[in-house]
Design a protein around this ligand. Structure first.
Ligand code: NDP
Length: 451
């Protein structure tokens, strides 16, 4: 049977674009459909604009620090319109790059929504049908807001990049990556920021001590972080939103942003008709090669809800191409993934938290907390944390947790050592780079505790 294409990819985000162009570069005839902007969540409404907003928000503190170092600086405030115009231009540029990457690698792209018509056919929103030997679903996810009275007044991270004007006050609901990152951004930009998190401590699942340091520093920098608290209902009051919390108190905010998790984009894709199963959260269920029970249909990235990170979606896309087009069955590696949370201060982490490691075996915990030289000179009380979790039996470093400016950069490199199976003694043999913050990782002499 002959097909229009060897591969049809649905979704032009990080994972889909990478799979499409690598398959095409290897000689496959490839098409891709994207209903929105090319680049997906990461480039258009996630990692990239978020990081640019983090940079923007950090300058307020830098101006103060600069003065402490002797610079004659005046802070005349932040111009949201200026930033937004530049951000739009930058995202247009990046989207252009994504489109060109596809074009230059010979991928035919369709600006259309696509769904499965059968195991080898995709139907585009203009009604046309395309056949392909393989179909890859890489449609990502979207923010989810729980149902309650007044939920329609909430915005999500999607809208944060397009605000008409910067609010004077904002409530951010949730305690995950997105809520905690945006709390730092808004606070840094000078917005009076409140964060409600229903649990005991933000960033559930990460090392307790590390998330405690992040939360304490967020509070110290001016964020009104309320733990054990949620939104009961919301109502419009003039230009503002009146929020009733779960303790019955009410508050007024200019904006309320919910970051209460994300849902896979797997509705109306024709999956059910083909017998492709979805999990409890709506995700597409796949095997270790990202294959669905329909052999010609694969899925990668957030729509499969495995590890929802851009570089993981890219790896899953590459493993798909190796498996399907290069004859080398390859499972994406989901073990020991380093990650950074761009809170202020940043957190970088790889491997097991102390709480998870201790369930597994006897561990030595090495921690140090100190005021970094740069901030300390400027008179800031901010503390950083460096922490290693070490197996007492094998001496391997099971986890590394860093809370510090630049922790994302540090954990990428520490991550190589941990991924290679480095022992504590390997860390110790490495000469310190002085004076840096990360040198502490190779000079931790005595365990803080053995548990
Ligand atoms: P998360 O799943 O990380 O966090 C969701 C948060 O919302 C949790 O704190 C959760 O609380 C809370 N929550 C869930 N339901 C409700 C509810 N009904 N009422 C109140 N609170 C609720 O989702 P995010 O949206 O923050 O991020 C989604 C994913 O995106 C992340 O898991 C991550 O993989 C990725 N991401 C990665 C980034 C990075 O690499 N730097 C940055 C941003 C996103 P509880 O803990 O109690 O369940």
């Amino acid at each position: 049977m002959s097909f229009d294409y060897d591969l049809f990819v649905i979704g032009g985000g990080s994972g889909g674009v990478r799979a499409a162009r690598v398959a095409a570069a290897g000689g496959a005839k490839v098409a891709l459909a994207e209903e929105d902007r090319y680049g997906g969540t990461c480039v258009i409404r996630g990692c990239v604009p978020k990081k640019l907003m983090v940079y923007a928000s950090e300058y307020s503190g830098m101006i103060e620090d600069g003065r402490a170092y002797g610079w004659d600086l005046e802070n005349k405030g932040f111009n949201w319109d200026h930033f937004k115009t530049k951000l739009k231009a930058e995202l247009d540029r990046l989207e252009g790059i994504y489109r060109n990457l596809l074009k230059n690698s010979g991928v035919e792209s369709f600006d259309a929504r696509a769904k499965l018509a059968d195991a080898h056919t995709v139907e585009l929103s203009d009604g046309s049908k395309k056949t392909a030997k393989h179909i890859l679903i890489a449609t990502g996810g979207r923010p989810w807001v729980p149902e309650f009275e007044g939920a329609e007044l909430a915005i999500t991270s999607n809208e944060m990049f397009h605000l008409e004007r910067l609010p004077e006050s904002i409530l951010i609901v949730g305690g995950g990556y997105i809520a905690s990152e945006f709390a730092g951004i808004m606070n840094g930009l000078g917005v009076k920021t409140t964060q409600f998190y229903r649990g005991e401590q933000i960033l559930r699942g990460f090392d307790n001590e590390a998330r405690g340091v992040v939360a304490a520093e967020m509070i110290a920098s001016g964020i009104d972080l309320r733990l054990g608290l949620n939104v009961e209902k919301m109502a419009k009051e003039g230009a503002q939103i009146r929020v009733t919390d779960t303790e019955g108190n009410t508050h007024l905010f200019d904006q309320v942003m919910f970051a209460t998790g994300r849902k896979p984009n797997a509705d109306n894709l024709g999956l059910e008709e083909l017998g492709i199963e979805r999990g409890k959260g709506g995700e597409i269920k796949v095997d270790q090669y990202s294959q669905t029970p329909v052999p010609s249909v694969y899925a990668i990235g957030d729509v499969t809800d495995r590890v929802n990170l851009t570089p993981v979606a890219i790896r899953e896309g590459m493993a798909f191409v190796e498996t399907v087009f290069n004859g080398k069955p390859t499972s994406p590696d989901h073990e020991l993934i380093p990650t950074a949370i761009f809170t202020q201060p940043e957190m970088g982490t790889i491997g097991l938290s102390e709480e998870d490691a201790v369930k597994q075996e006897t561990i030595e915990v090495y921690t140090t907390s100190f005021k970094p030289m740069q901030q300390s000179f400027a008179g800031r009380a901010q503390k950083v944390l460096m922490k290693l979790i070490v197996s007492q039996a094998s001496r391997k470093v099971l986890g590394c947790h860093i809370v510090a400016p630049g922790a994302g950069e540090m954990i990428q490199l520490a991550g190589i050592a941990v991924k290679m199976g480095a022992t504590k003694e390997d860390f110790d043999r490495t000469v310190a780079v002085h004076p840096t913050m990360s040198e502490e990782l190779v000079t931790l002499k005595t365990p803080t505790r053995v548990v």
